[in-house]
Design a protein around this ligand. Structure first.
Ligand SMILES: Cc1cc2nc3c(=O)[nH]c(=O)nc-3n(C[C@H](O)[C@H](O)[C@H](O)COP(=O)(O)O)c2cc1C
Length: 433
């Protein structure tokens, strides 16, 4: 399974651990000739790194991006682009005291249960540093989402909520309420003093978004946004429009009625049936309190011995400011996909290059499927050998070919061509078994 790839219209694979040599990303299918937005990407990376504000930790990382491939004289060549950031501040010895224990709130325990190997050096792939790759990748699809405004800000931090919203107010928390900002800062200072942490709720409001984005039924826009946002560490919930409050409303209150100018309200958050309506797209997501805290907590070691553990050093009191640029990157990746797919069906605007792009993508999908088929077929071969089963099964082969031929007829594809292709695929699989 390609679980480290965000592989839709644009093929994006992220790699690297927080305390390995690099964190990086490979991006495929980016058009040639695009000017590499180095400054923009670097700016976004600086926003998500720690040590940039009062409520962030002090691990100083420069996060300078390096381009390893796919670029010539500052523009994309159409070849796979590889971007990396070196982990300069990654002192593994700082993590020696964690060597055998599971940090509460972190992914240490679940990773160990899954992989049976414990990389104690700062969370490995579960670390917030992995998100550098996503921010870098999003920089390369920005020209596609140009014109769409994405606003992201917290509406709740701990017990504080936005009551008088004013978008013009700027501060390190992106907190848009002057009336309670000083009280919030006092509250965060107190939590910091107590060596504790706090979470909150972040709202996303996307304006100037065209209607028609999102595809039935497994590529719904809300489903894809939810997956993208929930793939960010520390995000624990998401709701669209009035979200969970909709459950308590009657239909007459929940429906967004229309007049000739469009929607009269926006309880649904700008999405109906998984497709954008052109109304503002609104959703909220919940961020949990930072797991690393310098307070004594109970845990166990990998040999199930009970111990007490306290994190060392400075940690983010609240990670919302660092999550905002990551959420923006994930939203851009989802929207870039949705816009690119939409371009394919809005056939009045299609050029030959668009058709070629689409067919190249399909060919790549076929190749990926063949590769996965090959791997599974090898596993079947090994299983059969281990269990002394006959490798060749002529009856099953015949049945498969007849099913494929029937399906081909249903889809108006020449059955004899499909048979020829699968005969080659099956014979190749047998060679590998
Ligand atoms: C940008 C970013 C930075 C993060 N920084 C920290 C951090 O400094 N300390 C911490 O305890 N967790 C941090 N996290 C959260 C952990 O990665 C996350 O809580 C942990 O891996 C467990 O995953 P889960 O909370 O999604 O279950 C960060 C997450 C992101 C996205």
């Amino acid at each position: 399974m390609k679980s480290n790839s965000y592989d839709k219209f644009y093929g994006i694979t992220t790699f690297g651990e927080s305390h390995g040599k690099v964190i990086g990303v490979v991006i495929e299918d980016v058009k040639p000739g695009i000017k590499f937005p180095l400054n923009k990407i670097q700016d976004a990376l600086h926003k998500r790194r720690p040590g940039k504000g009062e409520y962030s930790s002090a691990r100083s990382e420069e996060d300078e991006i390096q381009v390893l491939s796919g670029m010539l004289d500052g523009v994309t060549t159409g070849m796979p682009i590889c971007l990396v950031v070196y982990n300069k501040d990654a002192e593994s010895k700082d993590y020696e005291h964690l060597k055998d224990l599971f940090r509460p709130g972190h992914a240490d325990y679940s990773y160990f249960k899954k992989f049976k190997i414990y990389d104690h050096r700062g969370g490995g792939r579960a670390s917030g540093r992995e998100t550098i790759s996503r921010v870098a990748a999003a920089g390369l699809v920005e020209d596609i989402t140009d014109g769409i405004n994405i606003n992201i800000y917290p509406v709740k931090i701990g017990k504080f909520e936005i009551s008088e919203f004013d978008a013009s107010i700027q501060n390190e928390l992106s907190w848009h309420d002057r009336s309670n900002y000083n009280d919030l800062i006092e509250y965060l200072d107190k939590i910091k003093e107590e060596e504790n942490s706090i979470g909150g709720i972040v709202e996303v409001r996307i304006t100037s978004i065209p209607a028609g984005l999102g595809d039935p039924v497994f590529e719904k826009l809300d489903a894809n946004l939810a997956k993208a946002i929930l793939s960010i560490g520390a995000v624990k919930g998401i709701e669209f429009g009035d979200g969970f409050k909709l459950a308590a409303l009657t239909g007459s209150k929940a429906n967004d009625q229309m007049n000739k100018n469009g929607f009269i309200s926006n309880h649904q958050g700008g999405i109906l049936g998984g497709i954008s309506t052109g109304n503002d797209l609104i959703f909220r997501f919940a961020v949990k309190p930072t797991s690393s805290i310098n307070k004594l907590q109970k845990t166990v070691t990998i040999s199930n011995e009970e111990v007490e553990f306290k994190s060392q050093g400075r940690h983010d009191t609240c990670i919302i400011p660092r999550i905002i640029p990551v959420a923006e990157a994930m939203i851009k990746l989802v929207l870039a996909d949705a816009l690119s797919y939409q371009k394919l069906i809005a056939n009045d605007t299609l050029q030959l290059s668009d058709y070629r792009e689409a067919i190249d993508k399909i060919d790549e999908d076929i190749l990926t499927a063949l590769c996965r088929r090959q791997k599974i077929s090898e596993l079947i071969g090994k299983f059969k050998q281990k269990n002394n089963l006959q490798i060749e099964n002529k009856d099953r082969e015949k049945e498969l070919l007849s099913q494929l031929e029937q399906k081909a007829k249903l889809w108006n594809i020449d059955g004899s061509v499909v048979l020829k292709i699968w005969q080659i695929i099956i014979s190749e699989s047998k060679n590998k078994q």
